[in-house]
Design a protein around this ligand. Structure first.
Ligand code: ADP
Ligand code: MG
Ligand code: MG
Ligand code: MG
Ligand code: MG
Ligand code: MG
Length: 711
């Protein structure tokens, strides 16, 4: 997202009046892209990750840890560094994807305590390149750290455990309740000061007619009062009209109550963008990755604490969803429709509601029969040459109002730009995003996978990134079919929030993911992936291989009741396969894909450490970050079994996370750190095969006493 556009950002009532114009121009720009790029072929199989960081100010001796609000200064320092010239692009500028260097790129984010880093240029699909991801992620963290104060650290927790807790939690300190957020817990200064961000927050609040309402169930421990009332809520404020919200029931019993965009958009995640060889392959990937969104969300669970309390959920997703929910009471169905056009079942940050592929296996029954879309926009897109299915997708995204509009952009429609289209597109935060080629350069059709939680270490972040890349290769190579009704994906998304959903919940998943006929013959869009990735012995996948452990299965797609096509499975079954052998499991499918292409032993061995992490997280042999953090809190001597994560526990948790990453950066194993449950988080062997130090680490017993902070 570029931030160059500056000018007069319209306040909500004014912006609202210009919404139709932005939509109209956005659709014209979309049709321009469509007509120019729909026939684009043979784009390279590129991909790239995005890692988001919190910047904390931590010292061993001060029990208080702060969120550092020095994002702008850190980005400036990165931009000014001569050694990085041409590498880390200057802060607040558009990413120049054409630059030749491969030094990482740093981006601003919503929170003024956040940073985002991407590789300097997208990754290719070569297997060797997959091994470059982890070192690159470590390099990003190292470069970021080098441009911070000695007490500042880039950490990859999804949320800061004590954001919005009483007292000082930012450095510098600002008191809460500013005009933009009107939060009683966080100051306006917590948001990136670029006009776009405070306007986004303020206009979402205005459109909604009250503050956002981010309520997370409290985790009930032995000594947690029941009912539990959020002790940090102040019912006696009278500064803004929105201070009435809590008096009108915004903060129900047994929920941690939060009231600002920063509680959601201040979260960090791990996103992966894939470039497809053409639009049809992109549409296939969008659909096939959609059902994996909730599975990967549950598997990467890392968000057990909010505002200083243990939560009853494990992931960030719904909190972000609520933190940017701009729907009016009419759209929410609380009042009869009068001024608004339709009831809208989901926030603009939500799981996606459409499938978009022209795949013949996509049955009408998988679609949402109640999908809300703008029929006028759909007709316009169809008249412009777009097919019904894709037109429906965009007409669905375009039911939303643009939130941030700059007066200056509305003077003249520029069809060589995509700004109005992107205005709507980039504020539809769905778990998949279909990214058309940008106007100005030679980029192809891309698909972004957006549900994963960021992990504590770069080993884990690389593992999940690489796993998703291999899954896409298997999808295309074997012509896999993960379709289930999109409404079931929604249900899975909810289930992914449950505490330890990875172990305790079942998720709807397709039973037979293989094509019914040999995949080559069945491939709709042609299959030259093997050629593209430099390996030519792709044999068409497990469905077609003689002697494969996956026999071809009968049953033609489209026949029989949809309900028989899927079952409820545990994450372990989905990832590792079912005990009865009926469902093969995603990791074995990826292994089968790796068997089918030429990968040298060393690379295969490295990839195996990643697959092993994924597999063991799914089986429960290893902890998710969420469970590890819960264990850490529970084991802390200051914890009173009352769900409270105080400054002391927070300090040691952040210290442990910093220590982990320092250890990782130094290329050492994690033994001897004295952090409880560490081997349950990362396993015994990480980062490399037959690593002697790692083997030695296994033999050393873990210190299981009181948590030691950054030793
Ligand atoms: P956004 O924030 O809009 O999702 P970013 O520019 O922050 O996008 O990052 C998107 C990711 O996509 C980065 O990792 C980048 O390297 C990668 N990327 C850039 N160009 C391409 C491309 N042509 N194909 C695939 N990935 C790309
Ligand atoms: Mg972005
Ligand atoms: Mg980004
Ligand atoms: Mg980001
Ligand atoms: Mg984490
Ligand atoms: Mg992104």
């Amino acid at each position: 997202m570029g931030l160059l556009a500056l000018g007069t950002a319209l306040e909500w009532p004014e912006a609202k009046k210009r919404a139709d114009q932005v939509r109209e121009w956005g659709i014209k720009q979309l049709l321009e892209i469509w007509n120019k790029a729909k026939g684009k072929e043979r784009d390279a199989l590129l991909w790239g990750d995005e890692v988001e960081y919190l910047v904390v100010n931590y010292t061993k001796d001060n029990e208080k840890v702060y969120l550092s609000l020095r994002q702008a200064e850190i980005l400036k320092a990165l931009a000014a560094d001569k050694d990085l010239e041409g590498g880390c692009v200057p802060a607040l500028q558009e990413t120049d994807t054409k630059k030749s260097t491969s030094l990482p790129v740093f981006h601003p984010e919503f929170g003024r305590f956040m940073l985002e880093a991407t590789p300097g240029k997208p990754w290719g699909i070569g297997f060797k390149e997959l091994l470059g991801v982890e070192p690159d992620m470590k390099l990003r963290r190292k470069i970021a750290k080098e441009h911070m104060l000695s007490s500042e650290y880039p950490i990859t927790l999804t949320t800061y455990p004590r954001i919005g807790a009483p007292g000082q939690f930012t450095d510098p300190y600002y008191p809460p309740s500013g005009d933009r957020l009107r939060s009683q817990f966080v100051p306006d200064e917590i948001a990136n000061p670029h006009i776009r961000f405070p306007t986004l927050a303020a206009n979402i609040r205005s459109r909604r007619g009250r503050k956002v309402q981010v309520n997370v169930p409290i985790f009930h421990d032995k000594n947690t009062p029941n009912p539990w009332k959020d002790p940090t809520v102040n019912y006696d404020l009278h500064k803004f009209p929105e201070d009435d919200d809590v008096r009108n029931g915004a903060a129900p019993d047994n929920f941690i109550h939060m009231d600002a965009m920063a509680f959601g958009m201040g979260s960090c995640c791990l996103q992966i963008t894939f470039q497809a060889k053409n639009i049809n392959e992109g549409r296939t990937l969008y659909d096939q990755l959609s059902p994996l969104g909730p599975i990967m969300l549950a598997l990467t669970a890392a968000t057990p604490i909010y505002k200083g309390f243990l939560a009853g959920t494990d992931v960030r997703w719904n909190q972000i969803s609520r933190a940017v929910d701009c729907r009016t009471p009419e759209e929410l169905g609380e009042k009869p429709l009068k001024n608004d056009r339709w009831r809208i079942p989901k926030s603009r940050y939500a799981s996606n509601s459409t499938y978009i592929s022209l795949d013949h296996r996509l049955r009408q029954e998988y679609m949402d029969p109640d999908l809300v879309f703008d029929p006028k926009i759909k007709t316009e897109l169809i008249n412009g040459g777009m097919d019904d299915r894709l037109a429906t997708h965009f007409a669905h995204l375009f039911i939303r109002d643009p939130i941030v509009i700059f007066e200056e952009d509305l003077q003249e429609l520029d069809l060589t730009k995509t700004d109005h289209f992107e205005n709507i597109q980039s504020t539809n935060w769905q778990h998949m995003r279909f990214k058309p080629p940008p106007a100005e350069n030679n980029i192809g059709w891309r698909v972004e996978f957006r549900s994963m939680e960021i992990q504590v270490t770069d080993f884990e972040n690389a593992a999940f990134s690489v796993f998703m890349v291999l899954v896409t290769r298997a999808i295309l190579s074997f012509d896999l079919n993960f379709y289930i009704p999109i409404k079931k994906v929604d249900e899975n998304m909810e289930r992914a929030h449950n505490l330890d959903a990875v172990l305790n919940d079942k998720f709807y998943f397709r039973k037979n993911v293989f094509p019914s006929r040999p995949s080559r013959a069945n491939t709709v869009f042609g299959d030259d992936n093997a050629a593209t990735n430099g390996n030519s012995n792709n044999n068409g996948g497990p469905g077609s291989r003689p002697g494969s452990r996956y026999p071809s299965r009968p049953g033609s797609p489209g026949a029989g009741p949809v309900e028989l096509e899927y079952a409820e499975m545990s994450i372990d079954e989905i990832i590792n396969g079912s005990a009865d052998g009926e469902f093969p499991g995603l990791v074995p499918i990826v292994e089968s894909y790796l068997d089918s292409v030429n990968v040298d032993v060393e690379t295969r061995c490295e990839l195996a450490t990643y697959l092993s992490l994924i597999s063991k997280r799914a089986s429960g042999e290893l902890d998710t970050a969420a469970r590890w953090i819960r264990r850490f809190v529970a084991a802390h001597p200051a914890y009173k079994q009352d769900s409270v994560v105080g400054d002391d526990i927070n300090h040691d948790l952040i210290g442990a996370v910093i220590a982990l990453c320092e250890r990782e950066a130094a290329g050492r194993n994690f033994a001897g750190l004295g952090i409880p449950g560490l081997s349950k988080l990362l396993g015994k062997f990480r980062g490399g095969c037959g690593d002697e130090e790692a083997e030695e680490a296994e033999e050393r017993p873990e210190v299981n006493g009181a948590p030691a902070a950054a030793a």
